[in-house]
Design a protein. Structure first.
Length: 291
């Protein structure tokens, strides 16, 4: 069993980007600039945004963090996003989710320019992905592809089961892996909470991608010997032994599933780090496309 170490893979991507951005600086070309919007003071969102800003600094991407109170009117937020759309120095825009209930997530995503949508959530970018056109791929599915690439895991002709059908992970990764690409050409089954005989379906899979948002949902009796397991889940569970009072766990029962696998990604330290690496890649590409 080998660990799909997101930290090592992310370091390799960051080093590559650091070198590319250094070359841009030397030649006097435009440096990528990411604008991140954080609304309120959700602890998890604070942590995620801080990690993204730190990662930008590590590779040489300029970052601007805009903070707003969670009482901000929706129209004011949309106005701020439009200003960023019109700012030629800004290459990528992300709005950290979740949003306050008073603000429409759909309106926010649709307001971000598709050319600066480095999270890959805009309907135009989702449509381009489905049509196999060049676009920004949602950061988590893109991160999964980058993780597979780093460890040279063969996907062609393999049977993949994706558990979870969200618009930002499950559905896009099922499409990406079924496309006629180097890290695609898989036969994919997309499962969800209403899927019957889920255990039997998973037991056939060469690659299982768990993105259902339920802690330790995938158990050892659902995974065949030598399967590749990619755990996308990040769940907080109570743990009195921790100073914070909780621990992070994935959608996979790692301790019992890992011995059966050829490869498995941990939580934390797996896909989450690759999501940030993919965001950096998208931001770099957004800059390169325009300059």
């Amino acid at each position: 069993m080998q660990i799909l170490d997101g930290k090592l893979a992310a370091i390799a991507i960051k080093e590559m980007l650091k070198n590319k951005i250094s070359e841009l600086k030397i030649s006097g070309k435009k440096i990528p600039h990411l604008a991140a919007i954080l609304i309120g003071n959700n602890p998890a969102s604070e942590t995620y945004v801080a990690s993204k800003v730190k990662s930008c600094n590590e590779v040489g991407i300029t970052s601007t963090l805009l903070r707003f109170d969670d009482s901000i009117p929706e129209q004011d937020l949309l106005h701020s996003i439009r200003e960023l759309n019109d700012n030629d120095d800004i290459d990528g825009i992300l709005v950290q989710l979740p949003l306050p209930k008073s603000i429409s997530e759909e309106k926010v995503i649709n307001t971000i320019s598709s050319e600066k949508d480095v999270d890959g959530f805009h309907p135009i970018n989702v449509g381009k992905m489905v049509l196999e056109l060049p676009t920004f791929i949602s950061a988590t599915p893109y991160g999964i592809i980058l993780l597979l690439q780093h460890y040279k895991i063969e996907t062609t002709g393999r049977y993949v089961v994706v558990i979870g059908r969200s618009n930002i992970v499950g559905t896009p990764i099922s499409i990406l892996l079924s496309r006629n690409t180097a890290y695609g050409n898989s036969t994919v089954t997309l499962c969800h909470s209403r899927t019957k005989n889920l255990k039997e379906i998973c037991l056939q899979a060469d690659i299982v991608i768990a993105a259902i948002g339920k802690p330790k949902f995938v158990t050892a009796d659902m995974v065949k010997e030598d399967a590749v397991v990619i755990d996308v889940g990040i769940n907080r569970i109570k743990d009195e032994t921790k100073k914070s009072g909780y621990a992070l766990t994935g959608d996979v029962d790692f301790e019992n599933v890992a011995p059966k696998c050829s490869y498995i990604s941990p939580v934390p330290g797996g896909v989450g780090l690759m999501t940030i690496a993919a965001l950096l890649m998208n931001t770099y590409n957004a800059c390169k496309q325009k300059h």
